[in-house]
Design a protein around this ligand. Sequence first.
Ligand code: SF4
Length: 194
Amino acid sequence: MIIKRFVDEDFVNYRKPSMFIITPTCSFKCDKENGCLMCQNSRLVHEPTHDVETDVLIMRYLENPITKAIVFGGLEPFDTPHDLVEFIQSLRWNYHCDDDIVIYTGYTEEELEDTMVYKIISLFNNIIVKFGRFRLDQMPHYDEVLVTKVDADGEAEVFFPNLDTCIEFKARCVSSCEDMGYNTSFWTYRRVAD
Ligand code: SF4
């Protein structure tokens, strides 16, 4: 199967320690749909691709006692459907492994539900598909936000919405302290309305 690369042990993208497999391509639907370059994985495009034996990848996963799941992500796993299906079928049928397989996709469920690849993988247990892509006009949804406030002037490149002005959230100060001369406080913002 063609991949960009894999990570033997990933602790970020799923609740279980996972092998993370980065797939090689994407149609860049997020860029096209939003009319600008905003793909968060665009740097992966310039990485070399590798043709690896599916069985070698599976054996490497199975021989690692730490990992308990496999995560596909990076670019767009559903844009290389044959490799995705081959991997899942081989893991389930040849190696009798029912571990969770998580697939991050930029497609919506409606876009995938009539495709052959989606119908095939839906036949297997423990397949978790995380749908959806970034849309500029789509508000983020958070149930609970943990915020650290530091009373200081500073420069920043990234800005987060001011939740103090959002009636959807109820704020609670958990604790505060002085840290290296700065007043620092820790808050939770819990969503109370949509
Ligand atoms: S689906 Fe992922 S890889 Fe494809 S354009 Fe969107 S963010 Fe980039």
